[in-house]
Design a binder for this molecule. Structure first.
Ligand SMILES: [Zn+2]
Length: 87
């Protein structure tokens, strides 16, 4: 029992070095911007953010920052900025 748990811990350490194994499908977070906190998330293959810029452009600095931080762990649709697909 104990040795199998040690094996799992070892495997977890290795997995943690390989973030590309993990793909977020749905999540929510609070983003502390310079001026305000914004609720940001990704669900049903769409980003959302409560900031004003996002409501106008469909993307924002908070989305862009998360795209960089989580890059390897996002589905490829989540890395495409919606600014390029919407007027
Ligand atoms: Zn935002």
């Amino acid at each position: 029992m104990r040795s199998s748990l040690i094996g799992k811990i070892e495997k977890a350490k290795r997995y943690a070095q390989e973030p590309e194994r993990i793909t977020f499908s749905d999540f929510a977070a609070v983003f502390r911007g310079d001026n305000n906190e914004h609720k940001i998330g990704y669900s049903n293959e769409k980003w959302h953010c409560t900031c004003y810029f996002f409501s106008q452009w469909g993307t924002c600095s908070h989305v862009m920052a998360l795209q960089q931080v989580l890059s390897k762990m996002l589905p490829k649709e989540a890395l495409i900025s919606s600014m390029t697909t919407e007027p």
